[in-house]
Ligand binder design. Structure first.
Ligand code: LLP
Length: 432
């Protein structure tokens, strides 16, 4: 159980020529690529389910809720798959609320995070009856209070506090819980803001929340952050706040890209469960990457090989518009040949986009490849398709869900018509 279908595949792929290197569950990736074309995202349903079940089992010692962070992979099919397992969702926009509702979640399955929720988004989430608004500033709190009172409702709120802990993630852009960042209410202001929240008739203060960063392999920042959240809970209770229900510790659990140890759910649970259980609050976790990261690969074909200034280039049909992470965060994604030829070589693997920053890997020693070979870009299930764009007027790739020996195209490849759907050639001028 739990052994990632594609993580195992990746390890095997590292040993060039090993059988099974080019499979997702029981599907041969070369055959799948012929059927759906490239580039294409492929997700293993079994891996996602295994990850969810491992985490849920590990957290069993505390009253808890797993709210999948939709931003990691917002495919409706993935959302529905997780809903069937009992997950809730963590959303950050009206669009994600719409997706969650379409995938069958109800308002009570939703926590709404995000530093810049608009008036419309807050109103829509109130209409949907979300479980919790994770509020990130006093200004947002006032806005929510006003909207709630205007419609004679009371908004359930958790204050997202910046626990101001030191967090180590592969890139500074994925740290959120350090002092001075845009996220959350500064720790030393949280009690005052809570004091004001309890005075607001449109607000019901139900909990506290943090999210310290993403791809956090260490557990001590969680421990330290929990300690700070619980200090705040104690202070709030002293203050007479008796209605707290939720302790939301955010997401951030790590997966394997290169050779990192993924977060061990049991070790994570040992860090958060005892304290959560002792607090009498319901623990909320918001994992995104942990559930889907290692479940997905991006399939891409080698278009051309070329040599320039002593560098060996592999030019693929997937580019930074399809998978932004290498370019944007200098992120490592393991790349293997679906059918390794037995040799290795060192390449820059680059896409067709007209930017020097368009690469999947630089100076990478990997399976030697030829034109026409299929490449498997691993650990692409999280923050892959969702960060894809149409830059260079490139249609976004399809998303394919695999389960055992069957597959489903859960999102079609975009067409050229899709690219221009919302545009007009001739301006229809108007005057205000
Ligand atoms: N909760 C909140 C409030 C968040 O902001 C995030 C992620 C999560 C949960 C889920 O974090 P996860 O468990 O997936 O680490 N695009 C970047 C990652 C950005 C994460 C943003 N927030 C990347 O590709 O690495």
């Amino acid at each position: 159980m739990g052994q990632g279908v594609l993580t195992a595949t990746r390890d095997q792929a590292a040993a060039a020529g090993a059988p099974g290197a080019g499979r997702c569950e029981d599907i041969e990736l070369e055959q799948l690529a012929r059927a759906v074309g490239t580039p294409a995202y492929v997700y293993s349903a079994t891996h996602i389910r295994d990850q969810y079940r491992r985490l849920a089992a590990a957290l069993a010692g505390a009253e808890h809720r797993i709210h999948y962070s939709v931003k990691a992979n917002s495919s409706l099919a993935v959302l529905a798959l997780l809903r069937d397992l009992g997950a809730g969702v963590d959303i950050v926009s009206g669009g994600e609320l719409e997706r969650a509702l379409r995938a069958g979640y109800t308002g009570l399955d939703v926590v709404f995070s995000g530093v810049g929720k608009t008036e419309q988004e807050l109103a829509d989430a109130l209409d949907a009856g979300v479980l919790l608004f994770n509020v990130e500033s006093e200004a947002e709190l006032r806005q929510l209070d006003r909207i709630a009172r205007a419609t004679e409702r009371v908004a359930p709120v958790a204050l997202r506090v910046n626990p101001e802990v030191t967090v180590d993630t592969p890139h500074p852009y994925t740290r959120t819980g350090e002092r001075g960042m845009k996220f959350g209410i500064p720790y030393d202001e949280a009690l005052d803001v809570a004091g004001r929240a309890v005075q607001m008739s449109g607000i019901a203060l139900r909990g506290v929340d943090m999210h310290i960063g993403s791809q956090v392999t260490a557990l001590d920042p969680y421990e330290e952050g929990m300690r700070r959240l619980l200090e705040l809970v104690a202070a709030l209770r002293d203050f007479g706040c008796r209605d707290l229900e939720y302790l939301d510790v955010g997401g951030g659990l790590a997966v394997t890209y290169e050779n990192e140890e993924p977060t061990n759910p049991a070790a994570f649970a040992a860090t958060v469960v005892p304290q959560a259980a002792a607090s009498g609050l319901t623990l909320i976790v918001e994992p995104g990457r942990y559930l889907v990261g290692n479940a997905g690969v991006l399939l891409t074909r080698v278009l051309y090989r070329k040599r320039s200034g002593g560098r060996e280039y592999v030019i693929t049909d997937a580019g930074m518009n399809d998978l932004l992470r290498p370019s944007h965060y200098q992120a490592y994604h393991h790349i293997s040949a679906a059918h390794p030829r037995g040799a290795t070589a060192t390449y820059d693997v680059v896409g067709p986009v007209c930017e020097s920053g368009d690469f999947l890997a630089l100076n990478r020693t990997m399976d030697a490849v030829s034109e026409g070979d299929l490449l498997v870009v691993h650990s692409a299930g999280a923050y892959g398709f969702v960060m894809a764009s149409n830059y260079n007027s490139r249609p976004r790739p399809p998303e394919v869900l695999v389960e055992g020996d069957r597959y489903s195209i859960v999102r079609e490849r975009e067409t050229f018509a899709d690219l221009v759907r919302h545009e007009r050639v001739a301006p229809d001028w108007r005057r205000l």
